[in-house]
Write a protein that binds this ligand. Structure first.
Ligand code: NAD
Ligand code: UGA
Length: 464
């Protein structure tokens, strides 16, 4: 089966970069990315490619090359569905904020809307691909909805979870550790659909890295991968607290254990806590699924990863207050970094939001500098927590365009994102601008401690 037209529903952090790379690598396939968010589509179509809505190293160059050739961004969802042979569903699946499963289960309302729209619009057979991260067995629900019209259109449902990490999305897509494709391996049509998708990826991914499984294994592998990755961060963060009490150094411990080839060196960096749109939501979802099967030990085991992460964020902020003589009321604190990790403008579930909220509750004044995050986003993140009014957030938090401005008359600096540029700052200049004693809290183990202490900073780093 030769695929000519691909439609991707959802022009977000996954849909945008993933389709840009497919379009670049497969110039003979037309790729249309659609979204109901008009502003987002307008930004994807901005003549100035630097203004596309998602910041990822290398992405704007690909968009520049492929957009208008075989990569299109549109709000006309029906048209793109109608024309497509293959439809990726890449919409958001956040934690439910209401009703049954509130705070735990994935909210599948956008997925269901997509399925209903596909069922309504389609006139010829389609391959429908779950690109979003979904609870295991969602494909069964999709099948019910797609088949409900009884109009004779046949669908093949595949699961093709995405493993890219933000900040390295383009590199991860170009050179993935593996591509996972789950489908109906029992039937000829199922195998043909899987082969059609394998052929798309095989344009640039070696075949041995393209793994095909049954659809349930594929769905569950995505949740499992995120749970294992997050669990490593919580494990190392748990040890960071023990290091602080014992004189051990978490970077040395990470290195020592990571050299064991069975453990490996990656994802062992202690931090102020993991953020991002997926780790927390996917583990909560896993915990919820386990509980629905009455697997309470399984649920408790994975829930601990989240409990540890919440503790890590809280204890970092609490330590700041304690170190600064048990009060930060009326004190100015400069937060360097708001994104949940470097090289992205995404702030979803960023530890910075929670640390700032904690300090605001202690009546601190906050100055924020992040190289890629907008002022509007920072206020919206704080407002979303609902801890205080929007006015109160705007009164207590100031967003600035330079780290030096953030540190003017500050009592303390908290480094909360590991942006490379923070390593290169003129730390003497920052110190000179601050009130004394000048406290510096490194939530990322980014800064070299010796030189900071020599300048005169009261220096604290996680896990040391
Ligand atoms: P996102 O919020 O950035 O993008 C989702 C987009 O879908 C939004 O722009 C939204 O307007 C659009 N949308 C929602 N319903 C729609 C509908 N009915 N029709 C058209 N458009 C619709 O989300 P994201 O970060 O791209 O994540 C998407 C999925 O991919 C999630 O399930 C997530 O768990 C998964 N995932 C994300 C990452 C990541 O790094 N962000 C990595 C792997 C997997
Ligand atoms: C993560 C996974 O790495 C991707 O494989 C997956 O596709 C994605 O989730 C998803 O499903 O959304 P992402 O959240 O974009 O990707 O970024 P990560 O690099 O995993 O970082 C997540 C958080 O963990 C960040 O806050 C990061 O700072 C933190 N982290 C990561 C640490 O604190 N220490 C580490 O050693 C690694």
């Amino acid at each position: 089966m030769k695929i000519k037209n691909i439609c991707c529903i959802g022009a977000g952090y996954v849909g945008g970069p993933t389709m840009a790379v497919i379009a670049q690598k497969c110039p003979n396939v037309n790729v249309t990315v659609v979204d109901i968010n008009e502003k987002r589509i307008k930004q994807w179509n901005d003549p100035d490619v630097e203004k596309i809505p998602i910041y990822e190293p290398g992405l704007s160059e690909i968009v520049k090359e492929a957009r208008g050739r075989n990569l299109f961004f549109s709000t006309d969802v029906d048209k793109a569905i109608d024309e497509a042979d293959m439809i990726f569903i890449s919409v958001n699946t956040p934690t439910k904020t209401y009703g049954i499963g509130k705070g735990m289960a994935a909210d599948l309302k956008w997925i269901e809307l997509c399925a209903r729209q596909i069922a309504e619009v389609s006139k010829n057979d389609k391959i429908v691909i779950e690109k979003s991260t979904l609870p295991v067995r969602t494909a069964a629900a999709l099948r019910d909805i797609l088949d409900s019209t009884g109009n004779g259109v046949k669908y093949q449902i595949l699961s093709n979870p995405e493993f890219l990490a933000e900040g390295t999305a383009v590199e991860d897509l170009r050179n993935p550790d593996r591509v996972l494709i789950g489908g109906d391996i029992e039937t000829e049509e199922g195998r043909e659909a899987m082969e059609a998708l394998v052929n798309i990826y095989a344009t640039w991914v070696p075949r041995e890295k393209i793994l095909t499984t049954n659809v349930w294994s594929s769905e569950l592998s995505k949740l499992t991968a995120n749970a294992f990755l997050a669990q490593r961060v919580s494990s190392i963060n748990a040890m960071s607290e023990l290091c602080e009490k014992t004189g051990a150094d978490i970077n040395e411990v990470s290195k020592a254990i990571g050299m064991d080839s069975r453990i490996g060196p990656k994802f062992l960096k202690a931090s102020v806590g993991f953020g991002g749109s997926c780790f927390q939501k996917d583990i909560l979802n896993l915990v919820y699924i386990a509980r629905t099967f009455n697997l309470n030990e399984v649920a408790d085991y994975w829930e601990q990863v989240i409990i540890m992460n919440d503790h890590q964020k809280r204890r970092f902020a609490a330590n700041m207050v304690q170190t600064m003589y048990n009060t930060v009321a009326g004190k100015k604190i400069a937060i360097l970094g708001w994104a949940f990790k470097k090289d992205t403008n995404d702030t979803r579930e960023s530890a910075a939001i929670y640390v700032a909220d904690y300090l605001l509750n202690e009546q601190a004044e906050i100055m924020v500098y992040d190289p890629k995050v907008t002022e509007e986003q920072i206020y919206s993140d704080l407002d979303y927590l609902g801890t205080r009014s929007g006015d109160a957030n705007r009164q207590a938090v100031t967003v600035v365009n330079s780290p030096y401005e953030a540190c003017e008359d500050a009592h303390a600096i908290a480094v909360l994102t590991e942006w490379d540029e923070f390593k290169e700052l003129d730390w003497q200049k920052l110190y000179d601008k601050m009130l004394k004693p000048a406290f510096l809290f490194d939530g990322r183990r980014l800064l070299e401690p010796k030189t900071k202490k020599e300048i005169g900073f009261e220096f604290y780093a996680i896990g040391n």
